[in-house]
Design a protein around this ligand. Structure first.
Ligand SMILES: Cc1ncc(COP(=O)(O)O)c(C=O)c1O
Length: 397
């Protein structure tokens, strides 16, 4: 083992990707698995975006682009930030990467030194802890459970800040909880951060998937934080483009310069064809995103209602993204035919083995009382899945 990188040996495999592989394997064996583990919309990429990609291939837009992204795409991103978020950027403030994940990784590497501290909340997106490790820094995690709608308070943030704090990763709407911080709550957190020279990486990948009367607010729009907040976004979720791998970051020129440098020596530009497709996604006005959100909201209403009817389950109502994150700890300590449930992982393997239902254990997101269920799937699957979950849980004594 000494022949390998100690750092890489300390990094865990993405549990969501591992589970997705297991479910794919069961399906390939012909099993009737209902997978609610996917972190991607079930909708297809809109046709006008696919057409733009095909056109770009036919026009031989198939060579390297600028490392940081193709100028037309950078222009489209600048416009998007101005019109959606009231954020003003120049080209040197933008980096286009192979997905928002890649942008976040580049930023953490651009910012962190060994033993710096990076704050984020639990439940968190699975990749934050491992990315912080890869950047040589240490995680400082603030807990926020279902009872507070999975949102942290300013006093908790204040307490987590030390002399070593280098950055905060902020994610709203959230994966895995669907929690959305409103403008007032973001302003209250911002009060704690003002004047402290702490970088804020604001992961806004679910910006467009937001329900009820909630409105997305970008923390970088707060004047005193605009030099410190770096906004990350992308097209994977909002335009059903997970496989195209385009995400982007916008903010302080120097951080972006360093992140661009890292990208130039590791991956270079993201796929030229995907970039051409994203120009269309960001510049052509279309109805597809809105239609997708309406469907997600219908499913959200159904799933929350049905889950809360099951004895012992507490499911808060998410305001964005396409996941429910619900408390199943009432079942811990129970068993069925020798299969004992004592945490979120044993509960998920019980559901997969007994009823072929794939959920993601909350421990992957830093909360072992809960499980995550994605509703990026049909209503029929959701209804059948809930029926199976209910049956399996009712057999636990
Ligand atoms: C919170 C969050 N941030 C970032 C990403 C990465 O998105 P991308 O596909 O653009 O890399 C995901 C994907 O699951 C996510 O859930």
């Amino acid at each position: 083992m000494e022949n390998f990188s100690q750092l890489l040996l300390s990094v865990e495999e993405s549990r969501t990707l591992a589970l997705t592989s297991l479910i794919k394997k069961l399906k390939a064996e012909g099993k009737d698995v209902l997978a609610f583990s996917a972190g991607e919309p079930d909708f297809n990429t809109p046709q006008f975006i696919k057409d733009a990609a095909i056109k770009s291939i036919n026009e031989n837009f198939t060579r390297y682009t600028n490392n940081e992204g193709y100028p037309d795409l950078i222009k489209a991103i600048i416009k998007k930030f101005q019109s959606d978020n009231n954020l003003i950027f120049n080209a040197e403030n933008i980096l286009v990467s192979n997905g928002a994940k890649h942008s976040i990784y580049n930023l953490l590497r651009a910012i962190c030194n060994p033993n710096d501290e990076v704050i984020y909340q639990a439940p968190y997106w699975v990749s934050y802890p491992e990315m912080v490790k890869l950047a040589g820094a240490n995680s400082v995690v603030i807990d926020a459970g279902a009872e507070v709608n999975y949102k942290i308070f300013p006093s908790q943030l204040e307490k987590a800040i030390t002399k070593k704090t280098k950055a905060l990763i902020f994610n709203s709407p959230s994966n895995p909880t669907g929690a959305v911080y409103n403008k007032k709550e973001i302003h209250e957190l911002a009060e704690v951060l003002k004047g402290k020279n702490i970088w804020i990486i604001s992961d806004e990948i679910y910006e467009k998937i937001i329900f009820d009367d909630e409105q997305h607010f970008a923390i970088a729009a707060i004047d005193e934080l605009k030099d410190w907040a770096i906004t990350v976004n992308g097209v994977s979720k909002s335009f059903a483009m997970t496989g195209w791998r385009i995400g982007y970051a916008a903010g302080n020129r120097e951080v972006i310069r360093l992140a661009r440098n890292l990208q130039s020596h590791s991956t270079s530009n993201p796929c030229s064809i995907s970039q051409a497709a994203v120009v269309a996604a960001l510049t052509v006005s279309s109805t597809e995103v809105g239609e997708m959100v309406v469907k997600f909201q219908e499913r959200r209403n159904f799933i929350v209602n049905e889950l809360n009817k099951i004895d012992g389950i507490k499911c808060p109502t998410p305001k964005g993204a396409f996941y429910v994150f619900f408390d199943v700890s009432n079942y811990y300590g129970k068993e069925n035919h020798g299969k004992v449930i004592n945490d979120s992982s044993s509960l998920c393997s019980y559901l997969l083995e007994s009823e072929l239902v794939g959920l993601v254990p909350g421990i992957a997101f830093g909360n072992d009382n809960c499980v995550r269920m994605s509703y990026a799937c049909s209503m029929e699957d959701i209804a059948e899945g809930i029926k199976r979950i209910k049956k399996a849980l009712s057999l636990l004594k």
